[in-house]
Design a protein around this ligand. Structure first.
Ligand SMILES: NC(=O)c1ccc[n+]([C@@H]2O[C@H](COP(=O)([O-])OP(=O)(O)OC[C@H]3O[C@@H](n4cnc5c(N)ncnc54)[C@H](OP(=O)(O)O)[C@@H]3O)[C@@H](O)[C@H]2O)c1
Length: 254
């Protein structure tokens, strides 16, 4: 796959990994549709990259609102034709202390991290299947492998997303539609800036964006990085439950 001449959608493009992917596309001759709730941040990306090859467009958008997905989809496709590559990246971290347990946090997290992706796929899939073409990239996490302290809703949303994308990949295989799952380890972004625990093998968002774009170009089913965190997460996933929970209690005791 080559990004030239493509219509590329990015959700959650205002900061972090989404922003870095948007900027890393600047030298391709493509249309990049930037979406997020904070449109002013998207417009700044456009301003800063106006002298490069890519054409950028910004849309104020809330992935949790089906109506907003419908409106942005219509605006893009009416003016520019079919979307070719959708990088569905928007998510929230949502750390919740047990004493503040409230289902509202679960609703918010699943609405954005899981349903926000499902709403987009619902809009994209019919034309992708008809054209036997199209790439859907869902940004999940290596934190999809276990329940993590104070991040139960987040890791549950990513586990749901990873499993959903895996099933969809099987179902779309014969229709020429590519479903790519991205599982980053720790990347320095506003999301991880809030964490107060050690984050091993943290990388910067520009490096993460390059790895993700290379993986999309190669049409990999799974883009998981960095290797050391991938191996670490595999080991954590294999730990017996009692040992995992004992170690996790020690690690997250602050
Ligand atoms: N950073 C990491 O270490 C790490 C590790 C594993 C996976 N990930 C995943 O990577 C992706 C990007 O995360 P990040 O670290 O770059 O975080 P980030 O800097 O906080 O970026 C999150 C993006 O999502 C957007 N967003 C949040 N809620 C939205 C909504 N309701 N509608 C539309 N856009 C929304 C935000 O924009 P607005 O607030 O302007 O809407 C922002 O652009 C996420 O899926 C995250 O789970 C990150």
């Amino acid at each position: 796959m080559n990004f030239n001449e493509k219509n590329i959608l990015i959700t959650g493009a205002s900061t972090g990994i989404g922003r870095a992917i948007a900027v890393a596309l600047k030298d391709f001759n493509c249309n990049v549709f930037l979406t997020a709730r904070r449109k002013s941040l998207l417009d700044r990306i456009i301003e800063e990259n106006q002298n490069y090859s890519a054409n950028y467009y910004s849309f104020e958008h809330d992935v949790a609102a089906k109506q907003s997905v419908q409106e942005v989809f219509n605006s893009i496709t009416k003016l520019h034709g079919n979307i070719d590559v959708a990088i569905l990246n928007a998510a929230i971290g949502n750390k919740v202390a047990v004493k503040k347990f409230n289902s509202v946090h679960a609703e918010q997290t699943f609405q954005i991290n899981f349903l926000g992706i499902v709403y987009w796929i619902e809009k994209l899939l019919p034309s992708f299947i008809e054209r036997k073409n199209g790439v859907i990239v869902g940004v999940s996490s290596l934190a999809d492998n276990r329940g993590y302290s104070r991040s139960g809703f987040y890791s549950a949303s990513k586990a749901a997303l990873s499993n959903f994308l895996e099933g969809l990949r099987i179902d779309t295989h014969n229709y020429g539609v590519k479903i790519i799952t991205v599982k980053p380890g720790f990347v320095k972004t506003p999301m991880t800036d809030k964490n107060n625990f050690a984050m091993p093998f943290m990388m910067d968002s520009d490096r993460a964006a390059k790895i993700i774009l290379k993986g999309i170009e190669k049409e990999k089913a799974l883009i998981a990085f960095p290797l050391r965190t991938v191996i670490g997460s595999k080991i954590i996933g294999l730990l017996p439950n009692r040992l995992y929970e004992y170690l996790a209690r020690k690690f997250f005791k602050s």
